[in-house]
Design a protein around this ligand. Structure first.
Ligand code: HEC
Length: 91
């Protein structure tokens, strides 16, 4: 029985590690990223970001200029949040 719980924990842990956590991305974005630009910056016709790779670079660029101490996972979560909410790039 004890082992069973351990396996379940491991499975949940691995799933969390693989899938980006959109809710975390939403929270981080809301707390840190809404000061300079509103959501229209992601949806305007002449937006700069045209690929998923570029989105990652841009998120890192804005994050670094704010000197936020985010883990790579946090960056991934925010990228995933922005992609699913606004950009809709294919992987
Ligand atoms: C200090 C001000 C500032 C903050 C805070 C900020 N950004 Fe930015 N961001 C900018 C500027 C300036 C641009 C370029 C806007 C333009 O091209 O008109 C930009 C553009 C972007 C774009 C590209 C939009 C496009 O054209 O497709 C993304 C994505 C982005 N920011 C993500 C973020 C994220 C994620 C955060 C939080 C970590 C964040 N920004 C916080 C200043 C900021």
């Amino acid at each position: 029985m004890k082992n069973c719980k351990l396996v379940l924990f491991a499975v949940v842990f691995v799933m969390r590690a693989e899938a980006a956590d959109i809710e975390n991305g939403d929270d981080l974005h809301f707390e840190n990223c809404t000061g300079c630009h509103q959501e229209s910056v992601y949806t305007r016709d002449e937006r700069n970001v045209r690929t998923l790779e570029r989105l990652g670079l841009q998120v890192r660029f804005c994050k670094d200029s704010l000197e936020l101490a985010w883990f790579d996972e946090d960056v991934d979560d925010v990228v995933e949040y922005l992609n699913q909410t606004y950009y809709h790039f294919q992987q």
